[in-house]
Design a protein around this ligand. Structure first.
Ligand code: SF4
Length: 81
């Protein structure tokens, strides 16, 4: 399944479903953006918004690196490094 990429502020974010192990630490750091769906996989809420710091912390907290962030302006990978 193709993951949808969502832009929030300067970040483009997507969650790799196959890599997500439902640890939910992303939800703890940025509950405004991330939630677990019916299969306990992280998804990005519709119309979500949060501070970039919280989104980055959420991605950094993911034990499997399932959250990919790119800079919408430069196209550079922000996380994982
Ligand atoms: S922290 Fe990573 S593994 Fe855990 S629910 Fe979020 S995306 Fe999935």
């Amino acid at each position: 399944m193709e993951e949808k990429e969502v832009q929030i502020g300067r970040y483009k974010i997507k969650v790799l479903r196959d890599v997500c192990i439902s640890a939910a630490s992303c939800v703890a750091f940025s509950p405004a953006v991330f939630e677990l769906d019916g299969e306990s996989k992280a998804v990005i809420k519709d119309g979500a918004t949060d501070e970039e710091t919280n989104i980055l912390l959420a991605a950094q907290s993911c034990p499997t690196g399932a959250i990919i962030i790119t800079d919408a302006e430069t196209g550079e990978r922000v996380w994982p490094k």
